[in-house]
Structure formats: structure tokens, C-alpha cells
Write a protein that binds this ligand. Structure first.
Ligand code: ZN
Length: 113
């Protein structure tokens, strides 16, 4: 994508100034960029779309593990336990990156300044 800064994205930084952090803690997002005052939550329910990205991450990253365990004849309980643990471990990452992606897509594609 043109002009999109992947490094800042990986580091969960503000899409505008690329410096301000986007998160306060694992599951808490800041309302504004601490550096340039860019508003992260642009409107009510702005992050509803991020939930779909979150779901997409879960299906496409955990799904293959689940399928390959089933195909290699692992016990169903082991399969459930492994995928559940994996999902729990990945949830903070999925949560953060789904929001980061959503904000970047919006900023660079739909509402460039
Ligand atoms: Zn900023």
C-alpha cells in the first residue's frame, strides 16, 4: 500500500505521526495520539469492523493448526486444548493488530488527509 508505514504499524504507532503509541495496556486503547492529538476512535462504534479482522486472524491462523491436528489423527481433546490455549495466547495480539490494521486502512485508504 502506498505510503503505509509497516514498521510503525508493527510497533502499534499512530498512523499520522508514526510516533505516538496507540495502546495504554493490552486491551485499552488511548483515545488520542499523545504526540499529534490524532483521534483514534473516530466515531461511535468505529471499531466494529476491527472485530471482523480479529475473527479473520483467528480463523486463518488458528484454523490451519486445528485442521492439521485433526488430519494427523490427534485426540480431539488435545486438539481442543491446544487450539484454545493458542487462541487465548493470541487474543491480546489479535485484539491489538485488528485495531491497528483497521485504523491504518481507514487512514491510508478511506480517509487520507
Ligand atoms: Zn500521532
Amino acid at each position: 500500500m502506498k505510503g503505509m508505514n509497516y514498521l510503525a504499524m508493527m510497533r502499534q504507532r499512530c498512523p499520522r505521526c508514526l510516533k505516538g503509541a496507540m495502546f495504554e495496556s493490552s486491551f485499552k486503547m488511548k483515545s488520542h495520539c499523545p504526540v499529534c492529538e490524532f483521534k483514534y476512535e473516530r466515531e461511535e462504534g468505529y471499531y466494529t469492523g476491527a472485530m471482523f479482522i480479529n475473527w479473520f486472524f483467528a480463523v486463518f491462523l488458528i484454523g490451519p493448526v486445528w485442521v492439521s491436528m485433526l488430519l494427523t489423527g490427534q485426540s480431539p481433546w488435545l486438539t481442543v486444548i491446544v487450539t484454545t490455549v493458542l487462541l487465548l495466547l493470541c487474543t491480546p495480539l489479535f485484539f491489538r493488530y485488528s485495531r491497528v490494521l483497521w485504523l491504518y486502512f481507514d487512514y491510508y485508504i478511506f480517509h487520507p488527509e
